[in-house]
Design a protein. Structure first.
Length: 264
C-alpha cells in the first residue's frame, strides 16, 4: 500500500502546485493604442490574466482574428498564466463597435498591439524585456509585421521597448512575402488551409536568413485551434475547422517556443 499512497500524495502535490500557478479570473483593462508620434491614441480594451506572485513575469500580447475574440479566449489566457506568463488578449473591436473585419484591411491592429506592449511594460509585475506577440489569422498578420520590425519606430512607445518574439497562427504569409523577420518567429499553419495557404508560409520561411520556424500540421485547416468550429463551418466565405490534434500540438509548440525565446 505504500507505493499507491506515495503516488496519491505526488498527484495531490502536483495538483496543488498547478493551482498555485493558475491565474485568477481575467480582468478587463483599458489602455491607449500607440498613436503615431506627435498624436494621441484612442483607448482600446483587452483581457488581462496573470500568474499569482509578484513577478516580474514574461508576458504575451494576444491578437485575435478578423472574426474577433476566439471562443477559447479564457482558456488560452489561463493556460499561459498557469505557465508563468502574463497574458493580455487585445480586443480591437469593442470600443470601435465592430463585429468583424474580414473583408477589409485593418491597419489599427498594429498600433493596438504596440499599445498593449507599452501598457504591459508599465506593469510592475511584467518584465518589459520579455514580451512576445502571438496572433491568429488577421492577428497573425500583425504578428508577422511586428516580427519584421519595420513599423515600431512609427509609434510613440518608450525608447528601447520592443517585442522579443512573435508567433503567428495561420497567417496570410503572402502579405509579407518579401519581409525579413528580425526577431525569433514561429509560424503555425495547417496543410489543408484554404484561407491562408501553407505554401505561402513555406516560401516566406525559406527566405529568412535568421531565426524563423515553420510548423505545418497535416490535414489541418484554418482556425484549427478554435473549438467553436468543430465539424467545420463556412464563415464570411472562409472554411474554418477545429482540429483537436493540431490544436494540441500547436499549444505544445507555442509553449516550447515561448520558453526558449522568453527565457531570462
Amino acid at each position: 500500500m505504500i507505493a499507491p499512497l506515495r503516488r496519491f500524495f505526488v498527484l495531490v502535490l502536483a495538483a496543488l502546485t498547478c493551482a498555485s500557478l493558475a491565474a485568477a479570473a481575467d480582468e478587463r483593462v483599458t489602455f491607449p493604442m500607440a498613436a503615431p508620434r506627435g498624436q494621441t491614441g484612442s483607448d482600446i480594451q483587452g483581457y488581462l490574466a496573470k500568474p499569482k506572485g509578484a513577478g516580474p513575469f514574461p508576458a504575451v500580447v494576444l491578437l485575435h482574428s478578423c472574426l474577433g475574440l476566439p471562443s477559447n479566449r479564457s482558456a488560452i489566457e489561463a493556460s499561459l498564466a498557469a505557465s508563468g506568463y502574463v497574458a493580455l488578449f487585445v480586443d480591437d473591436f469593442v470600443t470601435r463597435g465592430l463585429r468583424e473585419t474580414c473583408a477589409v484591411d485593418f491597419p489599427a491592429a498594429l498600433p493596438d498591439a504596440y499599445g498593449a506592449l507599452a501598457y504591459l511594460s508599465g506593469l510592475p509585475y511584467v518584465d518589459r524585456t520579455r514580451i512576445a506577440a502571438v496572433g491568429f489569422s488577421q492577428g497573425a498578420d500583425t504578428a508577422l509585421k511586428i516580427a519584421s520590425s519595420r513599423f515600431a519606430s512609427a509609434f510613440a512607445i518608450p525608447d528601447g521597448l520592443g517585442f522579443k518574439a512573435a508567433a503567428a497562427f495561420y497567417p496570410p504569409c503572402s502579405n509579407l512575402e518579401n519581409a525579413r523577420l528580425a526577431i525569433p518567429t514561429l509560424i503555425l499553419v495547417g496543410a489543408a488551409d484554404g484561407v491562408t495557404p501553407a505554401a505561402d508560409c513555406e516560401r516566406l520561411a525559406q527566405r529568412q536568413p535568421g531565426d524563423a520556424k515553420l510548423v505545418v500540421y497535416p490535414h489541418a485547416g484554418h482556425c484549427f485551434d478554435d473549438p467553436a468550429f468543430g465539424g467545420g463551418k463556412s464563415v464570411m466565405g472562409m472554411v474554418v475547422k477545429y482540429d483537436p490534434d493540431a490544436a494540441k500540438r500547436s499549444k505544445q509548440d507555442l509553449s516550447v517556443f515561448l520558453s526558449e525565446t522568453l527565457a531570462r
